[in-house]
Design a protein around this ligand. Structure first.
Ligand code: FAQ
Length: 311
């Protein structure tokens, strides 16, 4: 790739032009998007598992219907995202094989267990809240198909977030035991939610280049700070406390200060050593194996139709 091509491409990016599937693009740009969109898709699909765990145990029919719809939405998001990645010349099969081989990542957050019903509230409130903070700027990503997919995804995420917050509100205003459950869920999900935004900017391998290419519009630390600033008042409204003694409003900065993330835990979970990593991948492997006959049948059917059309 010569410099003139790279410069011309950067000019299009700087002019806020959308890059479309058939446009010439640097190989690094294509690779970064395949990596990020693929990981994002895997996160949505693996992300169905922690909440799926509670569908049969939801406390009422109304809660069950809402949770079922939310988990279904996540499956839909995964499919849009695989389709967006396919416009860059990779197949869904290749992406899935990379996930199952442990080569492609998915969000660290989905490697924690959902121990009580309150976890469903905490996931909607915090995990979907963090996802929205990260995904609203992706609606302005320079790559057209990804940006457009994010618009609908964000609308659905905002329903998910409200669904979760409303569960937390009900528990926080319920019996002392229910309030205790909500507090326990916040204690366990707070730090992993902050980890969703990725390493500090100084340790973010891809951050600078992705900002230049306008794939990312804000850095990991900027988005994490925005999330803390908007979420802490919501927690206070619930009458709950955050498990961080260093969390404090900083008048001068106009932001909350907060404590240091346990980065050893973060990298351990990212590298496969989290509490639920093995179970999550085993569940994906089982679904892939058990779905093999469907893929084979669909292919055989398509070939038969093609042969008939040609005869
Ligand atoms: N977990 O250089 P950076 C959802 C990896 S929301 C695991 O900073 P980048 C909705 C990173 O991939 C969750 N790995 O990377 C939902 C890279 O490794 P690589 C999904 C992480 O890409 C809600 C390395 O560390 N959302 O699913 C994590 O510039 C509720 C260095 O990091 C998205 O994927 C992590 N937390 O920035 C579903 C959003 N953080 O690839 C169900 C799109 C970093 O070189 C229920 N993605 N790594 O092997 C992004 O915005 C970016 O990819 C970041 C990371 C911000 C996640």
């Amino acid at each position: 790739e010569d410099q003139a091509f790279l410069d011309a491409f950067q000019k299009r990016i700087d002019a806020e032009e959308k890059i479309e599937p058939n446009d010439p693009m640097p190989e690094g740009y294509r690779r970064t998007l395949v990596r990020q969109i693929g990981q994002h898709a895997h996160s949505e699909i693996v992300g169905m598992l922690p909440e799926g765990n509670w569908i049969t145990r939801a406390p009422s029919l109304r809660r069950k219907a809402a949770l079922l719809a939310k988990v279904q939405d996540e499956g839909g998001h995964g499919l849009y995202l695989y389709s967006a990645a396919e416009t860059l010349g990779v197949s869904r099969e290749e992406m899935t094989e990379e996930l199952l081989a442990g080569k492609a990542k998915y969000s660290s957050i989905f490697n924690y267990p959902t121990l009580t019903w309150a976890d469903i509230g905490a996931i909607g409130w915090l995990v979907d809240g963090a996802a929205i903070m990260n995904q609203i700027p992706l609606c302005r990503c320079s790559y057209g198909p990804y940006a457009r997919a994010m618009i609908r995804v964000c609308k659905e995420e905002s329903f998910h977030q409200r669904q979760g917050y409303e569960i937390m509100m009900t528990l926080a205003n319920g019996t002392p035991e229910q309030k205790e459950m909500a507090q326990d869920a916040l204690n366990r999900w707070w730090w992993p939610s902050l980890m969703m935004f990725g390493p500090h900017d100084s340790d973010s391998q891809h951050g600078d280049q992705s900002m230049r290419w306008k794939i990312k519009r804000f850095t990991n630390d900027e988005l994490r700070q925005q999330f803390v600033d908007s979420t802490v008042p919501q927690g206070e409204f619930l009458g709950l406390t955050f498990p961080d003694p260093n969390l404090k409003w900083n008048e001068e900065r106009g932001h909350y200060d907060f404590g240091e993330i346990d980065w050893d835990e973060f990298w351990r979970v990212v590298k496969g050593g989290g509490p639920m990593n093995k179970e999550r991948l085993a569940a994906r492997q089982k679904a892939w194996d058990e779905g093999a006959w469907v893929r084979e049948a669909a292919l055989a059917h398509a070939e038969k139709r093609k042969a008939r059309a040609e005869a």
